[in-house]
Design a protein around this ligand. Structure first.
Ligand SMILES: Cc1cc2nc3c(=O)[nH]c(=O)nc-3n(C[C@H](O)[C@H](O)[C@H](O)COP(=O)(O)OP(=O)(O)OC[C@H]3O[C@@H](n4cnc5c(N)ncnc54)[C@H](O)[C@@H]3O)c2cc1C
Ligand code: SF4
Length: 485
């Protein structure tokens, strides 16, 4: 432990964000530089708890007190070694993770939690700067080959771990670029895409092959994979969006969030010289859905020059503090304000969307909403409309950000993969009903988080390695450590 009384001497401090009125004119990351000394001080706030609840909070089991100590001592090489034992991509999670580790940090009981996510990002960035993150191909190859379908964080983590174990890995991606939702869902102001490219260069140099524009089950036959590889990992995400079947849904100007976000991400990457076809410019925008995706739609709408932005949520507004139902160290069900909310717009909760109305050209012009009251009877929650509260709001672009229901079925049908009652890929310890086919990430878990996708990718790699070699030397959350094969 670096500084015994660090938590008494330093307050939690994070990098400042650029002013909203400045940053909505670009898609660059929003944070200003932060002096290195201040990050060392933030690491010194860690109390090196006897029972570090932060470990449990982190789906990857990151060894947080140890890397905090290394950062306090300015030992960046040691810090990245510790962090890389459990996390393949700290440069992603250090930027976009909701940080469940911080929610369960012991210091958080009566003071602001240790700034774990910021420390993680800084370790990754210092390690790149100092050349500690470099290609490290396996010393020997096993002669076994694995096909990973899907290049989101789950597929990338699985590929990275399987390659470390010495297998020859090919990642197949149907999109024109690698990254899954990191690339085409999450906007650049949260994760600039050169951060992904920098990591992909390392992975390619380590021997991983990436095949883009390769949709398995469409332009690449599943037989090519069955014949050419010893094992297959399905990491295709949960990409079927939840729809809103209400009167007027068919009008022009009503889109799924991902249609809107993908186009803008392509535009930032200079891939759409003709411009975007769905734009918020000069429009009254209504974002339906109060989660991460909705928040990304808000930030993107501000940057495109929306006239107004209204975000609506069916559920009631959460409190701004924990209650007896979500005590520490559980994840707090509190109201969350993202950087996109800070940039403007209005948020309303406990609102039901009843219908859309259109103009004479069939384009949406307004939305009918009604306030609802949530009730509970015999442990079951339900809502009732509040009479007399029905109203119309201007709406020239509606973005549906109400989640994803399941992975697409066609590929799973072709492989004859069993699915669960929730329509997800069914698996026992990441292995499907076919012994050589495995799964990880949102396709298996349902719509979730990047940190969970990485965790699942890593654990699925252990299962594949065991299947191919009889046992696995890959690290897993159950506690084994990588040894050279
Ligand atoms: C807009 C948005 C914002 C988000 N923001 C955050 C955030 O800030 N923090 C966070 O932790 N999580 C966030 N999430 C959730 C997070 O992005 C996902 O949980 C995570 O990306 C899931 O990873 P995955 O690898 O399982 O799937 P995905 O990232 O969805 O990747 C699946 C990949 O498989 C490919 N694929 C599908 N079918 C085939 C096929 N037949 N052949 C070849 N390739 C195929 C797809 O093209 C895709 O590239 C966000 C999600 C969205 C939609
Ligand atoms: S719970 Fe918080 S204070 Fe304790 S070891 Fe983890 S990061 Fe440090």
């Amino acid at each position: 432990m670096g500084k015994v009384d660090g938590f008494l001497n330093f307050n939690r401090e994070l990098p400042k964000s650029r002013k909203p009125e400045e940053r909505i004119h670009d898609y660059k990351e929003i944070y200003e530089p932060f002096p290195e000394k201040k990050t060392n001080e933030q690491a010194a706030r860690c109390m090196d708890c006897g029972i570090p609840f932060c470990h449990n909070g982190c789906p990857l089991g990151n060894i947080i007190p140890e890397f905090n100590d290394a950062v306090y001592r300015e030992s960046w090489e040691e810090a990245i070694q510790i962090l890389s034992e459990t996390n393949n991509f700290p440069e992603f999670t250090g930027r976009i993770c909701p940080a469940p580790c911080e929610a369960s940090c012991v210091l958080g009981i009566n003071k602001p939690a240790v700034a774990i996510e910021h420390i993680e990002k800084t370790i990754a960035e210092k390690a790149y700067e100092l050349g500690y993150i470099k290609p490290n191909p396996p010393k020997t190859r096993t002669g076994k080959s694995v096909a990973v379908i899907g290049s989101g964080p789950a597929g990338l983590a699985a590929a990275s771990q399987l390659n470390k174990a010495g297998h020859s890995v090919t990642v197949f991606e149907r999109a024109d670029q690698v990254g899954g939702l990191l690339r085409y869902g999450i906007p650049d102001f949260k994760l600039e895409k050169q951060i992904i490219d920098r990591r992909l260069d390392i992975m390619s140099a380590e021997g991983i092959v990436f095949e883009t524009n390769a949709e398995i089950g469409k332009n690449v036959d599943i037989k090519t994979l069955e014949d050419g590889f010893d094992a297959i990992v399905i990491c295709t995400g949960s990409t079927v969006p939840r729809d809103l079947p209400i009167p007027g849904r068919e009008f022009k100007g009503i889109h799924f969030a991902m249609e809107f976000l993908t186009e803008q991400n392509k535009q930032v990457a200079n891939q759409t010289p003709e411009g975007v076809s769905i734009t918020a410019k000069d429009k009254h925008v209504v974002v339906i859905g109060g989660g991460d995706t909705g928040s990304d739609c808000i930030g993107t709408s501000h940057r495109q020059g929306a006239k107004s932005v209204l975000q609506i949520e069916l559920l009631e507004k959460p409190l701004d503090h924990r209650t007896d139902k979500d005590p520490w160290p559980n994840w707090p069900m509190v109201v969350r304000t993202s950087s996109s909310h800070e940039e403007g717009g209005k948020r309303e909760w406990a609102l039901l969307t009843k219908a859309f109305e259109c103009d004479s050209s069939g384009h949406v012009k307004s939305i009918t909403l009604v306030d609802i009251e949530w009730k509970e009877e015999k442990g079951k929650k339900f809502f009732e409309e509040i009479p007399g509260t029905e109203r119309k709001e201007p709406c020239e672009l509606a973005l549906l950000a109400i989640g994803f229901v399941a992975p697409e079925n066609s590929l799973l049908e072709q492989f004859q993969i069993e699915i669960s009652e929730r329509n997800l890929v069914k698996a026992k310890k990441y292995q499907t009903n076919w012994p050589h086919i495995f799964t990880a990430g949102d396709a298996h878990r349902g719509q979730s988080l990047v940190v969970w996708a990485i965790s699942e990718g890593r654990e699925a790699a252990v299962a594949v390695d065991k299947y191919l070699m009889g046992s696995s030397a890959l690290p897993s959350k159950s506690g084994s450590f990588l040894v050279a094969r």
